[in-house]
Design a protein around this ligand. Structure first.
Ligand code: BGC
Length: 417
């Protein structure tokens, strides 16, 4: 699968010594899991570690997509005060590994047999220069729609299966006086919708050519103009107060019968579950119409920053071991909305959306219709991702028309490489 395996010259430290001894040490964990559903999932992790006598020092940095967390991380590392464990996405992991800052997890990975159970596309981000540098805790995917079932029933709307049906359904909702699309106007949320929209327009072939291979011809093509057209359609069905709204508040609009749909990664499901909502009864989950059979993924991984203190090193090893245990992967992902990062975790404990997510991930992997999320750092390094954010957001906010957006995308991506 092209594009998952970045070129890197990594300098990683010697393998972490692993011991099964009880460690009284703590891990300091930098993360951006601050919404209700995210905090519930984080508690599963905290409790698991507490049961293993590993202390927890919390370092939350709010902001979906993790941009603010990554800025804080950079400042901490520059000050010579790196946290021990950091929630991280895709190319950011590879970049920090290339800077020689990450601990080597090979010993615990070998003891626990990670090579055999972590899917190759994930390993492409967990390993640098053949060494394990991060432990994947989940697989999320971005091309989902979350729908309020009562509103759809009331308006006699069936679950849309094509883009046109989706647009027609949103128009009906708008005419009814409810908000059609719950959205928060933040660059990463605009880009998250863009992941699914691009797939709906041109499938994985177009997605890969444009956003993984960064082919200027694909970036400036008519299909890209159509992708921006679809974004403009979405802009036409959000409410007046969308600007700056946090993603979980947009989820709450669907949960509270104010809005019919939200296009968001499956961390949104964590909010529905936290509110006591049941898939199939209270809400529906389905792929962005037109992107069925395709999965844009991102995986939260914990990268460990190299430490010299023996106790801290032992705690890191134990945390990595805990994260990767099959029972933890089940318990955590059931709450988080994501699916396990190992192929051998049973789906019994998952709800229908989770089961669907697991099955679709496996299918997409077999059919080569699995692509790294543009918005969540799994298609390209941060500079390119941010360049795409800028154009997608400026267009969404009406700064320029669709043709200009496609043309600007070509230039912005080129300049960022
Ligand atoms: C992360 C999720 C998180 C979401 C919103 C994504 O980048 O992968 O774990 O829930 O951002 O904060």
């Amino acid at each position: 699968m092209r594009g998952y395996f970045g070129k890197k010259t990594a300098i990683v430290a010697a393998p972490l010594a692993t011991t099964s001894m009880a460690v009284a040490e703590a891990v300091e964990v930098l993360h951006w899991w601050t919404s209700g559903g995210e905090a519930a999932a984080l508690n599963v992790l905290k409790d698991d570690l507490a049961g293993k006598s590993i202390g927890w020092v919390d370092m939350p940095v709010a902001g979906g997509g993790g941009e603010a967390a990554m800025t804080t991380l950079r400042a901490r590392v520059t000050a010579g005060d790196a946290p021990t464990a950091v929630q991280m996405l895709g190319f950011d992991i590879l970049d920090w590994a290339a800077e020689g800052k990450l601990a080597n997890l090979d010993a615990v990975a070998a003891e626990e047999g990670w090579d055999a159970v972590v899917p190759a596309p994930l390993q492409g981000f967990s390993k640098s220069d053949g060494h394990w540098v991060a432990a994947p805790v989940n697989v999320h995917s971005t091309n989902w729609v979350w729908a309020n079932k009562a509103i759809l029933d009331e308006l006699r709307l069936a679950q849309p299966t094509s883009w046109d049906e989706f647009v027609a359904a949103m128009q009906k909702v708008k005419e009814s006086g409810k908000t059609a699309l719950a959205h928060g106007g933040q660059a990463w949320q605009d880009a998250t919708m863009f992941d699914g929209v691009v797939l709906s327009v041109g499938g994985v072939e177009f997605y890969k050519r444009a956003f993984i291979d960064l082919d200027p011809a694909a970036l400036g093509t008519d299909q890209m103009v159509e992708a921006f057209n679809r974004m403009a359609t979405l802009r036409g069905v959000v409410d007046d107060n969308f600007s700056g709204r946090d993603w979980n508040l947009a989820s709450a609009m669907v949960i509270n019968n104010e809005a019919a749909f939200q296009i968001m990664g499956d961390w949104a499901k964590g909010e529905f579950l936290k509110a006591g909502k049941v898939p199939g009864t209270d809400f529906l989950c389905f792929r962005v119409p037109g992107s069925q059979g395709m999965v844009a993924f991102n995986s939260d991984q914990f990268a460990m920053f190299a430490q010299t203190d023996e106790g801290a090193v032992a705690a890191q090893g134990e945390m990595a071991r805990a994260i990767m245990s099959p029972s933890f992967q089940s318990a955590f992902n059931v709450v988080k909305g994501s699916v396990p990062a190992r192929i051998d975790v049973p789906n019994d404990a998952f709800d229908d959306c989770g089961k669907q997510g697991m099955a679709e991930l496996a299918e997409a992997s077999t059919n080569c219709t699995l692509v790294g999320s543009i918005a969540h750092g799994h298609a390209n390094k941060a500079a390119v991702k941010n360049a795409i954010y800028d154009v997608v957001t400026a267009h969404f906010n009406g700064e320029y028309d669709v043709a200009t957006a496609a043309a600007n995308l070509v230039g912005a991506v080129e300049a960022a490489q």
